[in-house]
Design a binder for this molecule. Sequence first.
Ligand SMILES: Cc1cc2nc3c(=O)[nH]c(=O)nc-3n(C[C@H](O)[C@H](O)[C@H](O)COP(=O)(O)O)c2cc1C
Length: 505
Amino acid sequence: MKNHEIDAAWNYHNGTKHPNGVLLNRFHTYNSANRPIPYKNYKNADQIKIALDKQIGSVSALDAISDSTRYAGLGLVDINILARVLYFSCGITKILKFPPPLNEVEFRAASCTGALYHIETYLVCGNISGIEAGVYHFDPKSLSLTTLRKGDYRKVLVDATANESFVASAPVSLIFTDMFSRNSVKYQAREYRHAFWDCGTILANSLAMANAQKIPYRLILGFVDFKINLLLGLDTKKEAALAILSLDHINQTLLDSPSLHNAFELEQTENDIYFEAIDKMHESSSLTSNQEVLIWRKNIVHDISQPSSNHIKLENNINSDDKLEQVILRRGSTRKFSHEAISFGQMSTILNRSAGGYIADFEENNIINDIYIIANAVDGLEKGSYFYNKKYDSLELLQNGDLRDMSGHLGLDQNLPYDAAVTIFFMSDLQKILKCFGNRGYRVAQMDAAIAAGKMYLVAYALQIGATGLTFYDDEVTEFFSPHASNKNTMFMLAVGKKVKRVVP
Ligand SMILES: Cc1cc2nc3c(=O)[nH]c(=O)nc-3n(C[C@H](O)[C@H](O)[C@H](O)COP(=O)(O)O)c2cc1C
């Protein structure tokens, strides 16, 4: 991939826009009777049951979510901590009953488009307390680790990330992959956006869980794709690695990894649905050598405009003592919002607590996406549309007035964005990001928005209000927030508000 080659990202992005993206078939339908099994099963591999301590920790959700401290790392990570990070990021947290054909759905810790759960999680570790060095797949259904390879394969990760220093010192790394067809069965080629959305919401939980245990982490999006996919034994037409999350730090000299021969076989549960547009986009945003990784890993400079004269300072944060695990267990996408207002303090807390960034290989200030807002019902804030200036922690009024109809319309004319107190849009200057990062910048822009939105989900639930991710009419969002957003593309949409309380008959 050469940095100046960005046509693929534009073709994909423009082609998967609602409502008229040429890569989407408007007549496509999805029957939930055909919902793919959301679990990967290996035929001939050992499974290690992990004991899960579901105890609620002592760190408040708000602190864990917003923390961007660089902890030193004491090599404390063990199987108990890992089990908690895995469970509270991608474990099954509730089971709900539905009429046939769905019957029963196992919902997970983080939100996922269509509850299709196409993100799989793997673990690559050295010998740590409670688990031997190896490559494992996490099975949320049986709460176990499937052994894919025995031995220390971390050198493969170091090699695939061009000797990334954090990866080299981490006793363990999680790798998140995307099973394309599990989600494209419903969303067609737009699935490749969902891959990052649904991985980002999981990561928001994982980063908060790491912070809560004071374990340092670094998120890595720059790696030689085929090396990681080979390590995990993936059929790359169906599944591919999206992100590496390295955890903890120890002084170590890694030995060469054992050779890579694939000894594991899969139970065939996936369908054969294939979208060339996904394949192409993934391929053209793949890095093929260490040199490409090194070139890619550079910081983006992004100017944040001075606040305009009519800027409104956010209110002080509201506190909540609810612990992170409690909030993760409470979270679930709101299915109906009342028109009731949230307070300006609540809205300020959602923005402020989620905007502080995270530690990643591509940049450390988290300014890839800008945030635009429609305030439908916020006590203490005039109705209207706003730009959130992160640096000055303030809002700039773009248009005042009742914009509820527009809020509903931009969110694909659904009731949720119409009824919500606030709708929040993550927008990227894609031209600039692709220029800096090449086609792989597209992955960065989507993932960055989703991590911040995942954090907002959690902050909202810590404050006892509701939230849901939404899909949107891409260009209409840009038009609506223009001229301010005229050079920006929409990456993610979130609605926040009070839930309609269930009426008990
Ligand atoms: C990025 C994203 C977009 C979503 N878009 C919609 C949407 O347009 N309409 C909707 O009703 N729900 C939407 N959802 C909510 C999902 O359907 C929900 O997350 C999923 O059913 C899992 O349920 P849970 O979040 O309660 O765990 C979206 C979720 C995410 C993460």
